[in-house]
Ligand binder design. Sequence first.
Ligand code: GLU
Length: 366
Amino acid sequence: MKQQIIVIKLGTSVLTAGGIHLHKPRMVELVRQCAELKQQGHHIVLVSSGAVAAGRSQLSQPCGDSIAQKQMLAAIGQGQLIHLWQTLFALYDIPVAQMLLTRADVEHRERYLTARDTLTQLLKHQVVPIINENDAVATSEIKVGDNDNLSAMVAILANANKLILLTDQAGLFTADPRIDPDAQLIAQVNKIDDALRALAGDSGTSLGTGGMNTKLQAADIAQRAGIETVIAKGSETNIVVKVMEQVATSTTFIRFDAPLDGRKKWLLCAPKSTGTITIDIGACEAIAMQGASLLAKGVMAVTGRFTRGDLVTITNPDGQLLAKGLCAFSEQELGMIKGCHSSDIANCLGYKASNVIVHRDDMVLL
Ligand code: GLU
């Protein structure tokens, strides 16, 4: 088997085995599998939830669920979580490292590249990076919000081959298996469409954050970046090894054959835009079918606030999401030049910053 970089996301329900405390036997078992895969030459990155749950189980009095209280619990629990991982990996003489990230760390290109370089160095030195969201400081503006999406970003940062999302379900089913006995496991997904999203529904637990919805979002990002994603059941014996041997009962999202280049992968990771550009049908076709850049002529309407170089979303006339990219103009400038021929931009503005509104190299189709 080719040596791979594998990102394994462990949800709270996996790490607590459905209970309220971190479940050490479960964690030992996962560490043993990681050690086995490392023996085979693979690199392992863990995205570990469980800080909030660990924090809660350390408090003597019950604590509510407000954002500030959860942030406090994460601050209490993160130390215990990493200490436990460190102790367990030490049984196999494997060093670990802690990286706590927020969306802000991947949104800014420079911070993104720094996080990427750190991860690369850790893997080169045979360390297992253990990553979580920096919950204690993450405000709503800068947080990713769930570790499924975070793990897709980490998979891109780590240049991973495979993303394994371990959860309390064996994968994606045709109906909710907890309610419907006829629910069938979907073994392979080629492309995530609206029908599949509708199926995913919401299967979150009270301790963790993600459900099947956020797993699909993660798989969607990973797929475009050329990374295979597998959803599998964390409680199944030897599950990670089985996934690698392709014998696990699971859902596999195949990777796209023509993955995006590095800069566009970064765009996939930084999905928060501050503005929306609505474009006409002709521009939609040019962008979707002909690989064109967005020109001023195709712009119908602009909303939100953004300055040059900010990330914007591009929608069709019905408001459906088409692409996102870095805009070469501010929303005020764009308001003045929308609908213009590119040759008239200088006349309208009194200067010309760029011929195109969003260059193709700065755009990803969604
Ligand atoms: N970062 C949270 C924690 O460590 C988990 C978020 C999630 O489960 O998606 O508890």
